[in-house]
Design a protein around this ligand. Structure first.
Ligand code: FAD
Length: 310
């Protein structure tokens, strides 16, 4: 078995999703190589070398990997695909952008968002927005796999794998990054947060969302999330969205406030360890997945909850 994990990183550090992806690779077993492609990415490569189970880190350091365009990365992955049995990346925006291209170029079917490894060729993945789990077996010579990061605990550090510089592939120059607008936040990243405070249409306005949920999230050290209805109504930007067409999260604690619990929302948060719901409608479907439910008016209970946290 020869597994290639494509690292997601910001040149300095690996994104948490990479640690979950290496954990999935470890379940498959065999030789795990991590590919770190970037510009000035030595620090990220050094971090990859510390991950347990990694047998080698391959670093391609070149200016045209700075923007991490799928075209250039796919060409590099292909140049390093010979003899590989598995190619893995996280099922994040990064991996979802890159791996379908890699799979198409290798003429194999991608196996998307795996949540478990049954064997080297058999994997479990969600279908119908997570309402059913399919066990799929692949006969392709190389399995191209995106990993649902919430399904695998992050691999720990405690290794000193060799780091090898590899040649960059030719710059395809077909796509150029014109700009990048990043949301800067002091809060934990939604996908990696241990606690998430999430708000829905029940909050009524963006002003109420911020006024009620931010102080609560501050006290809990939580990330902020939202339903699609809250995003569509303009309460918060769409990178807050949790669900089928948003982010899939599985924090230790998920507070759903003024969220009805539509299946498309549940698809993104039902694997949270503890779910707390506040909703004034006792029949709201969110209560079917909640560990603790409070049938109450959020405008009264959220400030009380926040104050009781001291
Ligand atoms: P609502 O369903 O309107 O619920 C608001 C809730 O607030 C109600 O339960 C109400 O009782 C409660 N409430 C109102 N006032 C108060 C109060 N004062 N105190 C307490 N409770 C109160 N949705 C997502 O979230 N994420 C997705 O990724 C997503 N993807 C989708 C993809 C597709 C293809 C489709 C068709 C839909 C998708 N949706 C998604 C939309 C989804 O179907 C729901 O419309 C949406 O989740 C509803 O958001 P909500 O719960 O905030 O709003």
């Amino acid at each position: 078995m020869s597994i290639l994990v494509i690292a997601e990183h910001d040149q300095q550090t690996l994104k948490a999703a990479t640690l979950n992806t290496v954990a999935a690779a470890a379940r498959i077993g065999g030789d795990i190589h991590v590919l770190v492609a970037g510009a000035g990415c030595a620090a990220a490569a050094a971090q990859a070398a510390t991950l347990q189970g990694v047998s080698k880190v391959l670093v391609a350091d070149a200016a045209h990997y700075e923007a991490q365009t799928a075209e250039n990365l796919a060409a590099l992955v292909l140049a390093n695909a010979a003899g590989r049995t598995h190619i893995l990346a996280p099922a994040t925006t990064f991996g979802k952008n890159l791996l379908p291209r890699v799979a198409a170029l290798l003429d194999v079917a991608q196996i998307s968002e795996i949540t478990a490894v049954e064997s080297a060729d058999t994997f479990v993945r969600p279908i119908y927005a997570g309402n059913a789990m399919a066990t799929v077996q692949s006969t392709d010579p190389v399995k191209v796999i995106t990993v649902r990061t919430t399904a695998f605990d992050a691999i720990a550090a405690g290794n000193n794998a060799p780091v090898e510089a590899i040649a960059a592939a030719t710059d395809t120059a077909t796509t150029q990054l014109q700009g990048r607008e990043l949301t800067k936040s002091e809060r934990p990243e939604l996908g990696a947060a241990k606690i998430i405070v999430s708000g829905g249409r029940g909050l009524g306005s963006g002003e109420n969302y911020h006024k009620l949920l931010e102080p609560l999230a501050d006290k809990l050290g939580a990330a902020l999330g939202a339903s699609r209805a809250a995003v569509d109504a303009g309460f918060v930007p769409n990178d807050y969205q949790v669900g089928q067409t948003g982010k899939v999260v599985a924090p230790q604690l998920y507070l759903a406030i003024g969220i009805s619990g539509a299946i498309q929302h549940l698809a993104g948060m039902k694997d949270s360890k503890v779910i707390v719901a506040i909703n004034k409608d006792p029949d709201a479907p969110i209560f079917q997945v909640a560990d603790y439910g409070l049938v109450a008016d959020l405008f009264e209970t959220v400030p009380q909850l926040e104050q009781s946290l001291g």
